[in-house]
Design a protein around this ligand. Structure first.
Ligand code: FA5
Length: 345
């Protein structure tokens, strides 16, 4: 081989050996075999040589180029292998190490019980409907047979919206009960009807361990022909038995709500004991809800003919049910947003 080529070959082979990384190798490649590399420069010069040297020298440079390319390729493999080995050595992952648990939230106890209630009533053929939290006085009171002069207005201390009253529907209020949806549903769907309405209600209460200003109720309404209190009793007994997963009995006491006649308070047998406990105050019975046969005035206000249809309605406190279910001693925990409380469910 031409002397100068031999020197160049040695120089290149040494540079290749000394390149310690794939990037450094690229540098060496550029220096010798790149567009302006030393070997490439020699090749470009071949065309200017006298004819007799052209062939010999040209072949020698091409051989050198092929040799360097071979060396380069094997060095590249070597370095890549070494880089992979180093990565395997340093960046390994212990797949058997115990994982780190992510803190995830869960459904709030109020929503959990609401879902259970909805599922049971759906299974019994009831539809679940929703209504506005800001109501008119008409739907919250007048239409439910509670005119403004009626003393029953005082039973539910009300938040009013600071806005001029509508001549027909009156002032706007934060609904004090879910009962306005009896009227809304009758007007919208007519009779027959089978609905429940879970929802948040508001009262201007002095709060304590069992009273909140904001709490949840579930309204129920069934309207059809030949409906009696017996249907209400059977429905509630079945609902509570499914909810508590043990046989629950119900009993009625007289109660007063202007929108039902007769009005009834419903008690359930204590689902937590057989012979008296703290929850039922050793009586075996727990007050559960207000109910009764829908007043004819309310049917009329909802556009249903009381001569053709009857029905019953009920309203229970979902928040109180949740408290009873989980043994929560202070209603204010439920809206506190305190994770130490919420995490327990
Ligand atoms: C009513 O609100 C009637 N609308 C229920 C009704 C519907 C009767 C249909 C007849 C027919 P009452 O004011 O009693 O009734 O409230 C119903 C339930 O809401 C109570 O049994 C209680 O569980 C719950 N409740 C009432 N006030 C509060 C409060 N401040 N905090 C938490 N729960 C309450």
């Amino acid at each position: 081989m031409h002397d100068s080529l031999q020197v160049l070959s040695k120089k290149a082979a040494q540079a290749l050996r000394e390149a310690k990384t794939v990037d450094a190798l690229k540098e060496v490649e550029r220096e010798f075999l790149g567009k302006n590399g030393q070997v490439t420069g020699l090749l470009k010069g071949v065309k200017d040589l006298p004819d007799d040297e052209k062939r010999l020298f040209g072949k020698a440079v091409n051989d050198l180029k092929a040799e360097l390319e071979g060396l380069l390729e094997s060095r590249r493999h070597e370095l890549q292998r070494a880089e992979i080995d180093a990565a395997l050595e340093n960046d390994w992952l212990d797949l058997s190490a115990p994982g780190e648990k992510f803190a995830t939230g869960h459904i709030h106890p109020l929503a959990q019980v609401q879902r259970e209630v909805e599922t049971i009533f759906q299974q019994m053929g009831f539809s679940i409907i929703d209504g506005p939290e800001i109501e008119s006085e008409f739907y919250n009171f007048e239409g439910l047979n509670i005119p403004s002069y009626h003393p029953a207005r005082d039973m539910q201390d009300t938040f009013f919206i600071d806005k001029e009253a509508d001549p027909v529907e009156g002032k706007l209020v934060l609904r004090t009960q879910t009962s306005p949806n009896q009227l809304r549903a009758m007007k919208k769907y007519g009779a027959p009807l089978r609905i429940i309405v879970p929802g948040r209600v508001f009262r201007n209460e002095a709060t304590d361990a069992s009273h909140e200003h904001t709490f949840d109720q579930v309204e129920g309404l069934l309207i059809d022909k030949d409906i009696s209190i017996a249907n209400l009793k059977g429905t509630m007994q079945e609902f509570l038995t499914r909810l508590f997963k043990r046989e629950v009995k119900v009993r009625f006491r007289p109660g007063y709500f202007p929108f039902v006649e007769p009005g009834l308070e419903l008690d359930m047998s204590c689902p937590f004991c057989t012979d008296g406990c703290r929850v039922c105050k050793r009586s075996g019975w727990i007050e559960f809800m207000g109910s009764g046969m829908v007043h004819p005035n309310v049917l009329r206000a909802g556009g249903v003919d009381p001569n053709e249809y009857q029905g019953w309605a009920f309203g229970f406190g979902l928040t109180r049910l949740v408290m009873m279910r989980y043994g929560i001693d202070d209603i204010r925990h439920l809206q506190s947003g305190d994770l130490r409380f919420n995490e327990q469910f």
